[in-house]
Design a protein around this ligand. Sequence first.
Ligand code: C5P
Length: 232
Amino acid sequence: MGKDVIIACDFSSKQACMDFLDKFTDRKPFVKIGMELFYAEGPQIVREIKARGHKIFLDLKLHDIPNTVKKSMSVLSNLDVDMTNLHAAGTGAMMEGALEGLTREDGTRPILIAVTQLTSTSEERMKNELLINEPIDKVVMHYAKNAKDSGLDGVVCSPLEAGKVHDLCGKDFLTITPGVRFADGDIGDQVRVMTPAEAKKIGSDYIVVGRPITAAEDPVAAYNRCVAEFCD
Ligand code: C5P
């Protein structure tokens, strides 16, 4: 496991996504499929992208009772995804159920990672609406530890938190980090960003990169630049 660039394929239709992936004739990138594309196109989109030779991170962020999550994870595992995720807020019982559901008869399973607190959740809203009174950094680290203790493989976090997560949960506990931008690129709506090279230095295991690649004039060149900075 390790060090790869995952392209966030945030497209609203199969056509747009396939037109984009058609550009990659050489190295087939690891791709992230999110709720928008999955709900628009259904599980067949996963099978088709997989059949083209891509690894897939299916980003559906499950959160339900343990039995429902266990059974749903079993379905996702049969789709042969390489990585998927859930909300750590579902608690240990749900995370353990998820792992059980994901594990195939031959003992293999996709990588399972947790979302701690969404970056869109402010400390103020967390306190006022969720009645969680601890500082948000402490909550994020505590949820990461819960995920680790439940047997998960890692967490999604800001590259700025990757070092702290490794200190707390061990260097083998994976950090999957969005919020990546080129030094000379547009930040867009991301706030706390890092370059691929900085993310590598700080110890991110996988970077998730969307618009710096999908909206680039030459997406393959932008992808290759990410790989050169992060993986090589
Ligand atoms: O286009 P951009 O590089 O900002 O895309 C980043 C991807 O990572 C998007 O799919 C976004 O939903 C996802 N993501 C994020 N921040 C998080 C969790 C996921 O940007 N905290």
